[in-house]
Write a protein that binds this ligand. Sequence first.
Ligand code: ADP
Ligand code: MG
Length: 379
Amino acid sequence: MKSLGSIRRDFAPWKDPSAKPYIAFENVTKVFGDFTAVDDLSLTIFEKEFFALLGGSGSGKSTLLRMLAGFDEPTKGRILLDGQDLAGIPPYRRPLNMMFQSYALFPHMTVEANIAFGLKQEGMPKADIAARVAEMLKLVKLEQFAKRKPHQLSGGQRQRVALARSVAKRPKVLLLDEPLGALDKKLREETQFELMDLQQSLGLTFVIVTHDQEEAMTMADRIAILDKGQVMQVATPAEIYEAPASRFVASFVGNVNMFEGTVAAREANKARIAGASGAEIFVENAGDAAAGNAVAFAVRPEKIKVSSKRPEGSANAMEGEVFDLAYLGDMTVYHVRLPDGQVVKASALNSSRLTDDPLTWNDRAWISFQPDAGVVLTR
Ligand code: ADP
Ligand code: MG
């Protein structure tokens, strides 16, 4: 199998058996009353990693972060930082800082004073504070705004002040709970790249909580997908997208088509899947699926081709009808209904201005894909 890389080519400590995790959750459970918010969860994060906790609302993301920060203690299990058990260590004695969604800037203080606040409390000498604040202002490109109050700043600038303040004390780990939630889409995208730059230039470990899959995909070295307080998969963005471990993960991240069926034959790595509708699907890399298993073949829309005629030499082709289509400028998304009622999504890049195979509503159409276009899922 060809490899699915990580975004930073030379950074993959999780693949190195001799690398020691920096943060480790070991069988951590958190119970509120009779509700289990985090359920026997284990997870490791490496130094200088940009790690994202991704999950729907209520999946336990913030609870995990709060326990790491020390605002909550696990009901069971341990959390280790650089080999040290964090149990009983108060938040201010942990070498980490947390940035909250509502940045909680002091409204009556200038940008400068906001950034200096934690340093003063720590008793840092005045000259050192001034130097550090200047360095932080430069880092987040807010030098001209030092004397302003938060209400005289834009949302994006406030976000950067909060960021500067949270790294001013040079924590080893920065925890960010939905840090970009208050920003509009365009600003959010710009800020994602700024965050990545900042993380790299300071050499910090970032653990970020988000419910936004694109955000996690853009920024993180690895993503943990959470559901009901459990880890569904931990992997790089490319692995999560191209090699999801389960139907849940495949559906949670991006668009996907699931062809449900039974493994009719398995030979070496290849398999033939008998689909619910009687159609057969030939796949490579059948993974751990054995003959007789109920499986799904998960294929992303961009790996499915749509054409008006049966494509020649395609292992997997099915005829249906164009049920819906959306022209999005850069691409067109076709919804093709198969005889059994399943609607298959296929996206085609509009790389030339005109197409010689135009398809529209109610046209007969063929969808086709290669045996290695997707993954076989047993879970
Ligand atoms: P997320 O950040 O993924 O949206 P949280 O970690 O905030 O989820 O919460 C997970 C679950 O735990 C939710 O159902 C939430 O209602 C519950 N929960 C969180 N904190 C408390 C608390 N202090 N008391 C009771 N229930 C809580
Ligand atoms: Mg939350």
